[in-house]
Design a protein. Sequence first.
Length: 194
Amino acid sequence: MDKDPEGRAFSSKEAACIGELCYSGIDRMAWFDLDEEFYKGTLPSAIQQLRQSLVASNDDFTGMKICKDLEMCKSLLEFSNLVEPQNEFIVVRSPMLTDVKGAIEIDEDSYIWLGYDCVSLGNWSLLREGLFRSPGSFAEWATIVNEHGLLPSPTLVDDYVRLYAGAAATDQVEEVPVSPYGISPVEIGRPKPT
């Protein structure tokens, strides 16, 4: 899910797309349905306990609630997709996230690796808030990102960050607040279809 027509919780009413090219990174309304039901007070008790565990296990300043338990993730995804199957789970990896949150073993061959997001940990994706919100300021990058709206290599992050900083200096995009973790490439993966 990457849009909320009602614009709740600072969510965009439109998906982050430039024509047919859509952003597939980490900054796409993570746990939105789960949180909405929590604040309405309508979470079933079993899901409520899973949400509490998720929140407790992410006691840091990254702004990312990452689930490290595959069965728990599947249960939360099933609940989130009860009304409409519009959510997915993704796998993320980066040296900085590993330093902050630790890592788990996965079968890497079970995932399709989509590319790299450029993330100010604790803030937002610079791809989503730059290229996909102000495409005119990042025109050449629409041809550099891959078919998933992500960077094909982590080596491109520094060049993109410099361009983003220049666009922020001229008020074309929002300036990124200082993050204790800095800006990091985050690789995004999806489970292979079974």
